[in-house]
Design a protein around this ligand. Structure first.
Ligand code: DC
Length: 197
């Protein structure tokens, strides 16, 4: 079965949790595409060279989840040659046998416009910053500023900016617990799978 679930949206909207839960429920492989950009960001040196030479062990580093890695990722992600170097791997993963869930910023719009399911998971900047702050601590105002800065860069870049695909189902998790968000996403996937049977 070739079956792709594309899950896009801004930082800390709940994409990661929803993606992992949907992948587990339907027995699909999962790729967190943000890790590719985070690895390129933290590797240092020339980002284009880093992207072209990315190895599996680079994605297993334990410093990829930090706020600094997120900012570094967002900065290298504006470089078209970096994005181009990462396209093929993501496309192959998306269309590999057995089905896959990919979460990121441009999965439904650029990487896999033919995805069978497209979700756009979002929430207000304040709610997303609060969630991120609960994880990382520190000054909540600074975390909100960081979230807004990353949104502006991810949505404003010329190449593959963050936006909902026209045919994406939007899930706003601002006033939703994670269980409800997962249930909504799973219901969409279930409906599409049923229609194919
Ligand atoms: O999803 P994340 O927070 O791990 O992503 C980190 C950064 O990587 C994000 O701010 C922009 C970039 N990114 C991207 O440009 N395209 C993707 N498909 C995934 C992430």
């Amino acid at each position: 079965m070739i079956f792709t679930v594309a899950i896009d949206g801004p930082a800390a909207a709940g994409k990661g949790t929803i993606s992992r839960a949907v992948a587990a429920r339907f027995g699909l492989r999962h790729l967190d595409t943000g890790l590719l950009y985070r690895a390129v960001g933290v590797l240092g040196g020339d980002p284009v060279t880093a992207a072209r030479g990315l190895r599996a062990e680079d994605l297993a580093r334990d410093d990829l989840r930090s706020l600094a890695a997120g900012q570094a990722a967002s900065k290298v992600a504006v470089i078209p040659e970096v994005r181009a170097a990462l396209v093929e791997f993501q496309r192959k993963f998306a269309r590999s046998k057995g089905g896959a869930v990919l979460d990121g910023r441009d999965i439904g719009t650029v990487i896999c416009p033919e995805a069978e399911v497209k979700l756009y998971v979002t929430a207000s900047p304040e709610v997303r910053a609060h969630r991120r702050w609960l994880e990382v601590g520190g000054d909540e105002g600074a975390v909100l500023a960081e979230v807004k800065e990353r949104d502006a860069r991810d949505m404003g870049r010329a190449d593959a900016p963050l936006r909902a695909a026209v045919d994406a189902v939007v899930i706003d998790t601002s006033e939703m617990g994670i269980d409800e968000a997962v249930a909504r996403a799973a219901a969409v996937v279930e409906m599409v799978l049923k229609a194919r049977r």
